[in-house]
Ligand binder design. Structure first.
Ligand SMILES: C[S@@+](CC[C@H](N)C(=O)[O-])C[C@H]1O[C@@H](n2cnc3c(N)ncnc32)[C@H](O)[C@@H]1O
Length: 377
C-alpha cells in the first residue's frame, strides 16, 4: 500500500493462495493523505481507529506516530479477524502492534483524533458513538472515510443526530471523508454497551445481545429451522460454528447434559453475549465460547457434532467464502463418525458444495425456504 506515510505491506487475513480482494481501499488512502497534508499527527496525539478490517490505517498511523516519538494508536473493533490482521500486518512491517479494544468494552480517552470506518450495522454504530463521545478531548476531530456507494441518507442522519453538523471532503476515486468536530464533546463517563434481550419461552431460553451480535432483535428464521430439526444424539463433543448469541450451543448443552460444547465466532460481542447467555441459562459448566476464525486451532477429529448456520457476508462483502472454509475445516475437526449439520437458504446450493468434502450429504428438513443438511465423511 503506497500511503502518505510511506509504503506498507497490508494483507487480508487469513492469507489466501489466490487473493482477489485488497486489504485496504481508496477511502483509507484518502484519510491518510488528509492526516498528512493537514499535519494532524504530533507526538502527543492520542489516535483512535474504529472498525477497520485489516489494520491498514492503524499500521500507517503507528508508523507515523513512532517516527514522531508519539504513543501507539488504538484499534477498537468487534472483529477477531481484524485483530489478527492488525497483528499480522504490524509484524510484516516491523511495527509494534497498536492497542486493541474489543467492541463490547470502551476505549479510554481522551482521544484527539478518531478515524471511524462506518460499520454496516446501525445499532453497532449508534452504540459505539454513544460510548465514544465522552472519551473525546475537547475539539477532537472525527474523520469518517467511506466509499461513496456506502453512504445513504439513514446513516448520514444518524451521524448528524449524534455528532452535530457534518462536513465532507471532495470525492476522490469514489471515496470521500465525512468530518465531525464538536467543541462541546467532553471527557466523562461513557454509558454501558447497549444490550437487547429476547426469549424463547417454548425452549425456556432467554438471550442477551450486545449491539453487533447477529439476530439481536429476534431469532433468525434459519436458526429457528435448525432448532426445530435438532439432531437426536446423544453427542459428547459439540461445536457451534459461528455461534452468534450461542442459541444452538445452549440448546445442545440443555439437550445432552453429558456433552461439552465449544462455540466459536469471529465477533467479540457474539462471544461475550454467548458466554453471558450460557450463565443465564445455567449451562456455563458445559460451554466454552471463543473468539476464533472458523475452526482454526481446534484439534483435528475432536468433535462428533458441528452445528452451523453460516454467514453469507463479511461486513459488506457478500458470498459463501466463509461458509466454504467452515465446511472444509469441519471435515478436519469431525471424528470419522461425526456429523456436520448445516442450515441455509435453499438457493445457496450448500448440498452440492458440501459434497466436495463429505461423502454422505442428506437433506433433513423440507422447509420451503431453508434446508437443514446432515453431512458425514
Ligand atoms: C448466520 S449467523 C449464525 C449465528 C447463530 N449461530 C444463530 O444460529 O443465530 C453467522 C455467525 O457467523 C459468524 N462468523 C462470521 N465469520 C466468521 C468466521 N470467520 N469465523 C467464525 N465465525 C464467523 C458471524 O459473526 C455470525 O455470528
Amino acid at each position: 500500500m503506497m500511503s502518505a506515510f510511506g509504503e506498507l505491506i497490508i494483507n487480508r487475513v487469513p492469507l489466501a493462495k489466490k487473493e482477489m480482494l485488497q486489504a485496504f481501499d481508496q477511502a483509507d488512502l484518502l484519510a491518510l493523505d488528509y492526516l498528512q497534508s493537514e499535519a494532524l499527527l504530533n507526538p502527543s496525539s492520542n489516535v483512535l481507529v474504529v472498525n477497520e478490517a485489516f489494520g491498514a490505517i492503524t499500521c500507517a498511523t503507528t508508523k507515523a506516530l513512532c517516527a514522531l516519538g508519539g504513543a501507539l494508536p488504538t484499534l477498537w473493533s468487534d472483529s477477531h479477524i481484524a485483530h489478527l490482521g492488525l497483528q499480522y500486518n504490524a509484524s510484516a512491517n516491523g511495527l509494534p502492534v497498536a492497542h486493541f479494544v474489543q467492541a463490547q468494552n470502551t476505549p479510554q480517552g481522551p482521544f484527539q483524533i478518531v478515524i471511524l470506518r462506518l460499520p454496516k450495522s446501525h445499532a453497532l454504530l449508534r452504540d459505539q458513538l454513544q460510548r465514544m463521545l465522552p472519551q473525546l478531548a475537547p475539539g477532537a476531530l472525527i474523520i469518517m472515510p467511506l466509499m461513496v456507494k456506502h453512504l445513504d441518507n439513514a446513516v448520514y442522519q444518524l451521524l448528524e443526530s449524534l455528532l452535530g453538523p457534518l462536513t465532507t471532503s471532495l470525492a476522490r476515486k469514489k471515496a470521500r471523508l465525512i468530518f465531525a468536530k464538536n467543541n462541546s464533546m467532553m471527557l466523562g463517563q461513557s454509558p454501558k454497551a447497549e444490550e437487547t434481550h429476547w426469549s424463547l419461552p417454548s425452549l425456556g431460553l432467554c438471550l442477551q445481545h450486545f449491539s453487533g451480535v447477529f439476530s439481536r432483535t429476534k431469532l433468525d428464521p434459519g436458526a429457528q429451522v435448525l432448532l426445530d430439526q435438532f439432531p437426536e444424539g446423544p453427542y459428547m463433543q459439540v461445536i457451534d460454528l459461528g455461534c452468534g448469541n450461542g442459541v444452538q450451543a445452549i440448546m445442545a448443552a440443555k439437550k445432552w447434559p453429558q456433552c461439552k460444547v465449544i462455540g466459536v465466532d469471529e465477533s467479540y460481542m457474539a462471544v461475550a453475549s454467548a458466554s453471558i447467555n450460557a450463565i443465564n441459562n445455567s449451562v456455563e459448566d458445559q460451554c466454552e465460547f471463543r473468539a476464533n476464525d472458523c475452526l482454526t486451532d481446534i484439534i483435528s477429529q475432536s468433535a462428533d457434532l458441528i452445528l452451523c448456520n453460516p454467514p453469507f457476508h463479511q461486513e459488506r462483502v457478500i458470498g459463501d467464502q466463509i461458509a466454504m472454509r467452515m465446511f472444509a475445516q469441519s471435515a478436519q475437526v469431525l471424528t470419522n463418525e461425526g456429523e456436520l449439520w448445516v442450515v441455509g437458504n435453499r438457493h445457496l446450493g450448500y448440498h452440492a458444495k458440501l459434497k466436495r468434502w463429505f461423502k454422505r450429504v442428506e437433506q433433513v428438513s423440507a422447509h420451503p425456504k431453508f434446508v437443514v443438511l446432515k453431512a458425514q465423511l
